[in-house]
Design a protein around this ligand. Sequence first.
Ligand SMILES: [Zn+2]
Length: 355
Amino acid sequence: MNSSASEQLAAARQALFDGGDFLGFTLRHPLDSGPGREYILADGTAVQLWQTGILYICPAHSRLSGASLLISSGIHGNETAPMEICNTLVNDILSGDLGVNGRLLFVIGNPPAVNLQKRFCDENLNRLFEGKHRRAAPGDSSEGLRAQQIEYFTGRFFSPAGEVRLHYDLHTAIRASRYEKFAVYPYLHGRPHSLQQLRFLQSCDIEAVLLSNRPGTTYSYYTSRTFDAHSFTVELGKVQAFGDNDMGDFRGIIAGLKNVIAAGPVAGDPKQPLVLKVFKVVEEVIKKTDRFRLTFAEDVPNFTEFPPGTVLATDTDFSYTVKAPGECIVFPNAHVQNGHRAVLMVSPADIAQPG
Ligand SMILES: [Zn+2]
Protein backbone atom coordinates (compact mmCIF):
# COMPACT_ATOMS: atom_id res chain seq x y z
CA MET A 1 0.00 0.00 0.00
CA ASN A 2 1.50 3.40 -0.94
CA SER A 3 1.47 6.33 1.45
CA SER A 4 -1.59 8.07 -0.04
CA ALA A 5 -3.54 4.80 0.22
CA SER A 6 -2.57 4.33 3.86
CA GLU A 7 -3.41 7.99 4.60
CA GLN A 8 -6.86 7.60 3.03
CA LEU A 9 -7.43 4.34 4.94
CA ALA A 10 -6.52 6.02 8.23
CA ALA A 11 -8.72 9.07 7.54
CA ALA A 12 -11.68 6.92 6.46
CA ARG A 13 -11.35 4.67 9.50
CA GLN A 14 -11.18 7.73 11.74
CA ALA A 15 -14.37 9.22 10.28
CA LEU A 16 -16.33 5.97 10.11
CA PHE A 17 -15.01 3.76 12.90
CA ASP A 18 -13.22 6.04 15.42
CA GLY A 19 -9.89 4.88 13.99
CA GLY A 20 -10.67 1.15 14.22
CA ASP A 21 -11.95 -1.11 11.48
CA PHE A 22 -15.48 -2.08 10.40
CA LEU A 23 -15.60 -5.35 12.31
CA GLY A 24 -13.94 -4.07 15.49
CA PHE A 25 -16.17 -0.97 15.59
CA THR A 26 -19.28 -3.10 15.02
CA LEU A 27 -18.39 -5.38 17.92
CA ARG A 28 -17.71 -2.41 20.21
CA HIS A 29 -21.17 -1.04 19.32
CA PRO A 30 -23.18 -4.24 18.95
CA LEU A 31 -26.63 -2.62 19.22
CA ASP A 32 -26.28 0.95 18.00
CA SER A 33 -23.41 2.74 16.29
CA GLY A 34 -24.91 6.18 16.86
CA PRO A 35 -25.89 8.76 14.21
CA GLY A 36 -24.93 8.14 10.58
CA ARG A 37 -21.30 8.59 9.63
CA GLU A 38 -20.00 9.19 6.13
CA TYR A 39 -16.66 9.45 4.35
CA ILE A 40 -16.04 10.29 0.69
CA LEU A 41 -13.00 8.57 -0.84
CA ALA A 42 -10.64 10.42 -3.20
CA ASP A 43 -12.33 8.88 -6.26
CA GLY A 44 -15.76 10.12 -5.15
CA THR A 45 -16.97 6.84 -3.65
CA ALA A 46 -19.30 7.53 -0.71
CA VAL A 47 -19.10 5.24 2.33
CA GLN A 48 -21.97 5.51 4.83
CA LEU A 49 -22.53 3.64 8.06
CA TRP A 50 -26.32 3.12 8.05
CA GLN A 51 -26.60 1.17 11.27
CA THR A 52 -24.32 -0.92 13.39
CA GLY A 53 -22.75 -3.53 11.10
CA ILE A 54 -24.51 -2.14 8.01
CA LEU A 55 -22.15 -0.29 5.67
CA TYR A 56 -23.29 1.24 2.36
CA ILE A 57 -20.81 2.07 -0.39
CA CYS A 58 -21.72 3.96 -3.55
CA PRO A 59 -19.28 4.92 -6.31
CA ALA A 60 -19.43 8.21 -8.23
CA HIS A 61 -22.32 8.30 -10.71
CA SER A 62 -20.14 7.64 -13.77
CA ARG A 63 -19.01 4.30 -12.32
CA LEU A 64 -22.40 2.84 -11.46
CA SER A 65 -22.51 -0.56 -13.15
CA GLY A 66 -26.24 -1.12 -12.83
CA ALA A 67 -25.67 -3.90 -10.33
CA SER A 68 -26.10 -3.82 -6.59
CA LEU A 69 -24.17 -6.30 -4.48
CA LEU A 70 -25.05 -7.29 -0.92
CA ILE A 71 -22.45 -9.28 1.02
CA SER A 72 -23.57 -10.47 4.44
CA SER A 73 -21.72 -12.30 7.18
CA GLY A 74 -22.14 -13.05 10.87
CA ILE A 75 -25.82 -13.95 10.56
CA HIS A 76 -24.61 -16.69 12.91
CA GLY A 77 -22.40 -15.06 15.53
CA ASN A 78 -19.77 -17.78 15.81
CA GLU A 79 -19.00 -17.90 12.09
CA THR A 80 -15.96 -15.69 12.08
CA ALA A 81 -14.24 -16.24 8.71
CA PRO A 82 -16.93 -14.52 6.63
CA MET A 83 -16.76 -11.44 8.88
CA GLU A 84 -12.97 -11.34 8.49
CA ILE A 85 -13.39 -11.64 4.71
CA CYS A 86 -15.81 -8.67 4.70
CA ASN A 87 -13.51 -6.65 6.93
CA THR A 88 -10.63 -7.25 4.52
CA LEU A 89 -12.75 -6.18 1.54
CA VAL A 90 -13.87 -3.01 3.35
CA ASN A 91 -10.25 -2.12 4.23
CA ASP A 92 -9.19 -2.62 0.60
CA ILE A 93 -12.03 -0.36 -0.56
CA LEU A 94 -11.25 2.36 2.02
CA SER A 95 -7.57 2.41 1.03
CA GLY A 96 -8.53 2.70 -2.64
CA ASP A 97 -6.76 -0.58 -3.49
CA LEU A 98 -10.08 -2.07 -4.53
CA GLY A 99 -12.12 0.14 -6.84
CA VAL A 100 -15.91 0.01 -6.58
CA ASN A 101 -18.04 -0.15 -9.72
CA GLY A 102 -21.52 -0.58 -8.35
CA ARG A 103 -23.61 -0.07 -5.25
CA LEU A 104 -22.51 -2.25 -2.39
CA LEU A 105 -23.85 -3.14 1.06
CA PHE A 106 -21.99 -5.04 3.76
CA VAL A 107 -24.01 -6.52 6.61
CA ILE A 108 -22.60 -8.06 9.79
CA GLY A 109 -25.72 -9.84 10.97
CA ASN A 110 -25.63 -10.50 14.69
CA PRO A 111 -22.98 -8.47 16.57
CA PRO A 112 -24.26 -9.29 20.11
CA ALA A 113 -23.96 -13.02 19.37
CA VAL A 114 -20.49 -12.49 17.91
CA ASN A 115 -19.44 -10.90 21.21
CA LEU A 116 -20.82 -13.93 23.07
CA GLN A 117 -19.02 -16.25 20.59
CA LYS A 118 -22.37 -17.92 20.07
CA ARG A 119 -24.46 -18.84 17.04
CA PHE A 120 -27.27 -16.64 18.39
CA CYS A 121 -28.46 -14.96 21.63
CA ASP A 122 -32.16 -15.94 21.80
CA GLU A 123 -33.03 -17.60 18.50
CA ASN A 124 -31.59 -18.42 15.11
CA LEU A 125 -31.56 -15.16 13.12
CA ASN A 126 -31.57 -17.08 9.83
CA ARG A 127 -35.06 -18.43 10.62
CA LEU A 128 -36.59 -14.98 11.09
CA PHE A 129 -36.61 -13.39 7.63
CA GLU A 130 -39.40 -13.01 5.10
CA GLY A 131 -41.46 -11.30 7.79
CA LYS A 132 -41.22 -14.21 10.24
CA HIS A 133 -39.96 -11.77 12.90
CA ARG A 134 -43.35 -10.04 12.82
CA ARG A 135 -44.98 -13.09 14.34
CA ALA A 136 -42.86 -12.64 17.45
CA ALA A 137 -43.99 -10.13 20.07
CA PRO A 138 -41.98 -6.88 19.98
CA GLY A 139 -38.90 -7.19 22.14
CA ASP A 140 -39.27 -10.97 22.25
CA SER A 141 -35.76 -11.62 21.11
CA SER A 142 -32.74 -9.57 20.11
CA GLU A 143 -32.70 -11.50 16.81
CA GLY A 144 -36.32 -10.53 16.05
CA LEU A 145 -35.43 -6.84 16.24
CA ARG A 146 -32.26 -7.31 14.22
CA ALA A 147 -34.10 -9.23 11.46
CA GLN A 148 -36.51 -6.29 11.21
CA GLN A 149 -33.62 -3.82 11.01
CA ILE A 150 -31.77 -5.85 8.40
CA GLU A 151 -34.90 -6.20 6.26
CA TYR A 152 -35.48 -2.44 6.46
CA PHE A 153 -31.98 -1.51 5.31
CA THR A 154 -31.90 -4.30 2.71
CA GLY A 155 -35.11 -2.86 1.25
CA ARG A 156 -33.57 0.60 1.16
CA PHE A 157 -30.49 -0.79 -0.58
CA PHE A 158 -32.36 -2.81 -3.20
CA SER A 159 -34.99 -0.10 -3.88
CA PRO A 160 -33.66 1.27 -7.21
CA ALA A 161 -35.57 -0.45 -9.99
CA GLY A 162 -33.93 -2.10 -12.97
CA GLU A 163 -30.72 -3.11 -11.24
CA VAL A 164 -29.18 -6.56 -11.28
CA ARG A 165 -29.27 -7.53 -7.63
CA LEU A 166 -26.79 -9.95 -6.09
CA HIS A 167 -26.66 -11.31 -2.56
CA TYR A 168 -24.03 -13.64 -1.16
CA ASP A 169 -24.75 -14.55 2.48
CA LEU A 170 -21.49 -16.02 3.76
CA HIS A 171 -21.44 -18.72 6.43
CA THR A 172 -19.25 -21.44 7.87
CA ALA A 173 -20.76 -24.76 8.94
CA ILE A 174 -20.80 -26.40 12.35
CA ARG A 175 -19.52 -29.69 11.00
CA ALA A 176 -17.10 -31.00 8.40
CA SER A 177 -18.41 -31.53 4.88
CA ARG A 178 -17.67 -33.89 2.01
CA TYR A 179 -17.84 -30.72 -0.10
CA GLU A 180 -16.12 -28.16 2.07
CA LYS A 181 -17.53 -25.19 0.18
CA PHE A 182 -21.11 -25.32 -1.01
CA ALA A 183 -24.01 -22.99 -1.70
CA VAL A 184 -27.72 -23.19 -0.96
CA TYR A 185 -29.89 -21.86 -3.79
CA PRO A 186 -33.18 -20.54 -2.35
CA TYR A 187 -36.48 -21.78 -3.77
CA LEU A 188 -37.23 -19.69 -6.88
CA HIS A 189 -41.00 -20.20 -7.30
CA GLY A 190 -40.55 -21.26 -10.91
CA ARG A 191 -37.86 -18.74 -11.91
CA PRO A 192 -34.97 -20.48 -13.70
CA HIS A 193 -31.71 -21.20 -11.91
CA SER A 194 -28.90 -18.98 -13.19
CA LEU A 195 -26.15 -20.98 -14.86
CA GLN A 196 -24.08 -17.77 -14.94
CA GLN A 197 -24.29 -17.53 -11.18
CA LEU A 198 -23.41 -21.21 -10.76
CA ARG A 199 -20.36 -20.70 -13.02
CA PHE A 200 -19.39 -17.72 -10.89
CA LEU A 201 -19.70 -19.76 -7.68
CA GLN A 202 -17.68 -22.56 -9.27
CA SER A 203 -14.95 -20.01 -10.09
CA CYS A 204 -14.97 -19.13 -6.36
CA ASP A 205 -14.08 -22.78 -5.48
CA ILE A 206 -17.67 -23.67 -4.51
CA GLU A 207 -17.91 -27.43 -5.05
CA ALA A 208 -21.62 -28.12 -4.72
CA VAL A 209 -24.99 -26.39 -4.78
CA LEU A 210 -28.15 -27.45 -3.02
CA LEU A 211 -31.43 -26.44 -4.70
CA SER A 212 -34.14 -25.63 -2.15
CA ASN A 213 -37.60 -26.97 -2.92
CA ARG A 214 -39.80 -24.75 -0.79
CA PRO A 215 -40.10 -21.22 0.62
CA GLY A 216 -37.88 -20.48 3.61
CA THR A 217 -37.13 -17.90 6.25
CA THR A 218 -33.42 -17.39 5.54
CA TYR A 219 -31.88 -14.05 4.60
CA SER A 220 -31.01 -15.33 1.10
CA TYR A 221 -34.56 -16.60 0.50
CA TYR A 222 -35.90 -13.20 1.60
CA THR A 223 -33.74 -11.22 -0.87
CA SER A 224 -34.41 -13.71 -3.65
CA ARG A 225 -38.17 -13.66 -3.13
CA THR A 226 -38.68 -9.99 -2.32
CA PHE A 227 -36.17 -8.34 -4.65
CA ASP A 228 -35.62 -10.96 -7.38
CA ALA A 229 -31.97 -10.99 -6.39
CA HIS A 230 -29.55 -13.72 -7.38
CA SER A 231 -29.14 -14.88 -3.78
CA PHE A 232 -27.17 -17.67 -2.19
CA THR A 233 -26.30 -18.91 1.27
CA VAL A 234 -22.62 -19.75 0.83
CA GLU A 235 -20.96 -22.21 3.22
CA LEU A 236 -17.21 -21.74 3.22
CA GLY A 237 -15.85 -24.41 5.55
CA LYS A 238 -15.76 -25.18 9.22
CA VAL A 239 -16.39 -22.75 12.09
CA GLN A 240 -13.22 -21.47 13.78
CA ALA A 241 -12.54 -18.82 16.43
CA PHE A 242 -11.33 -15.34 15.42
CA GLY A 243 -7.64 -15.55 14.58
CA ASP A 244 -7.76 -19.28 13.79
CA ASN A 245 -8.97 -18.85 10.21
CA ASP A 246 -6.43 -19.35 7.44
CA MET A 247 -7.40 -16.69 4.88
CA GLY A 248 -5.64 -18.83 2.25
CA ASP A 249 -8.60 -21.22 2.55
CA PHE A 250 -10.85 -18.47 1.18
CA ARG A 251 -8.72 -17.28 -1.74
CA GLY A 252 -11.35 -18.29 -4.32
CA ILE A 253 -14.33 -16.49 -2.78
CA ILE A 254 -12.26 -13.39 -1.92
CA ALA A 255 -10.97 -13.14 -5.51
CA GLY A 256 -14.48 -13.71 -6.88
CA LEU A 257 -16.07 -11.04 -4.68
CA LYS A 258 -13.28 -8.57 -5.52
CA ASN A 259 -14.01 -9.15 -9.20
CA VAL A 260 -17.70 -8.40 -8.75
CA ILE A 261 -16.97 -5.31 -6.65
CA ALA A 262 -14.48 -3.95 -9.18
CA ALA A 263 -16.08 -5.07 -12.43
CA GLY A 264 -19.77 -5.80 -11.84
CA PRO A 265 -21.50 -9.19 -12.14
CA VAL A 266 -19.01 -11.81 -13.24
CA ALA A 267 -20.41 -14.52 -15.45
CA GLY A 268 -17.58 -16.98 -15.09
CA ASP A 269 -16.12 -18.42 -18.27
CA PRO A 270 -19.06 -19.75 -20.34
CA LYS A 271 -16.68 -22.24 -21.99
CA GLN A 272 -15.90 -23.81 -18.64
CA PRO A 273 -18.08 -26.87 -18.10
CA LEU A 274 -20.26 -26.76 -15.01
CA VAL A 275 -18.66 -29.37 -12.77
CA LEU A 276 -20.00 -28.38 -9.38
CA LYS A 277 -22.24 -31.05 -7.90
CA VAL A 278 -25.96 -30.29 -7.81
CA PHE A 279 -28.26 -31.67 -5.13
CA LYS A 280 -31.98 -31.42 -4.60
CA VAL A 281 -33.89 -31.73 -1.35
CA VAL A 282 -35.53 -35.11 -0.77
CA GLU A 283 -37.03 -34.40 2.63
CA GLU A 284 -36.78 -32.12 5.66
CA VAL A 285 -36.76 -34.24 8.80
CA ILE A 286 -38.47 -32.29 11.59
CA LYS A 287 -37.75 -32.78 15.30
CA LYS A 288 -41.16 -33.20 16.90
CA THR A 289 -40.44 -34.03 20.54
CA ASP A 290 -37.62 -34.07 23.09
CA ARG A 291 -37.19 -37.77 22.35
CA PHE A 292 -35.92 -37.06 18.84
CA ARG A 293 -32.59 -38.78 18.10
CA LEU A 294 -30.26 -38.95 15.12
CA THR A 295 -28.78 -42.43 14.79
CA PHE A 296 -25.41 -41.33 13.42
CA ALA A 297 -22.44 -39.69 15.15
CA GLU A 298 -22.24 -35.91 15.68
CA ASP A 299 -19.09 -35.66 13.55
CA VAL A 300 -20.43 -37.32 10.39
CA PRO A 301 -19.68 -34.82 7.59
CA ASN A 302 -22.34 -33.00 5.55
CA PHE A 303 -23.19 -34.81 2.26
CA THR A 304 -22.38 -38.24 3.69
CA GLU A 305 -24.42 -40.83 1.79
CA PHE A 306 -26.38 -43.60 3.55
CA PRO A 307 -27.73 -46.74 1.84
CA PRO A 308 -31.47 -47.29 1.40
CA GLY A 309 -33.08 -48.88 4.44
CA THR A 310 -30.86 -47.06 6.96
CA VAL A 311 -32.87 -45.58 9.85
CA LEU A 312 -31.38 -42.10 10.36
CA ALA A 313 -33.72 -40.50 12.88
CA THR A 314 -36.25 -41.63 15.47
CA ASP A 315 -38.86 -39.76 17.47
CA THR A 316 -41.83 -40.70 19.68
CA ASP A 317 -44.03 -42.04 16.90
CA PHE A 318 -41.89 -41.44 13.83
CA SER A 319 -38.66 -42.54 12.20
CA TYR A 320 -36.85 -41.58 9.01
CA THR A 321 -35.52 -44.36 6.78
CA VAL A 322 -33.41 -43.74 3.66
CA LYS A 323 -35.63 -44.52 0.66
CA ALA A 324 -33.44 -44.38 -2.46
CA PRO A 325 -29.76 -44.71 -3.45
CA GLY A 326 -27.74 -41.48 -3.29
CA GLU A 327 -29.49 -39.89 -0.28
CA CYS A 328 -27.11 -37.72 1.76
CA ILE A 329 -27.46 -35.80 5.02
CA VAL A 330 -26.95 -32.01 5.27
CA PHE A 331 -27.10 -29.72 8.33
CA PRO A 332 -27.94 -32.43 10.89
CA ASN A 333 -28.57 -30.92 14.32
CA ALA A 334 -30.58 -32.85 16.92
CA HIS A 335 -30.41 -29.87 19.30
CA VAL A 336 -32.82 -27.59 17.41
CA GLN A 337 -36.13 -26.59 18.99
CA ASN A 338 -39.07 -28.96 18.59
CA GLY A 339 -40.86 -28.24 15.35
CA HIS A 340 -37.64 -27.23 13.56
CA ARG A 341 -35.62 -29.05 10.92
CA ALA A 342 -33.12 -31.49 12.42
CA VAL A 343 -31.63 -32.81 9.19
CA LEU A 344 -32.06 -32.20 5.49
CA MET A 345 -32.03 -35.22 3.16
CA VAL A 346 -30.67 -34.47 -0.33
CA SER A 347 -29.77 -36.42 -3.44
CA PRO A 348 -27.90 -35.67 -6.70
CA ALA A 349 -29.89 -33.74 -9.29
CA ASP A 350 -29.61 -32.32 -12.77
CA ILE A 351 -29.55 -28.51 -12.93
CA ALA A 352 -31.54 -28.44 -16.16
CA GLN A 353 -34.26 -30.55 -14.58
CA PRO A 354 -33.82 -30.01 -10.88
CA GLY A 355 -37.10 -31.77 -10.13
ZN1 LIG B 1 -24.38 -20.08 9.46
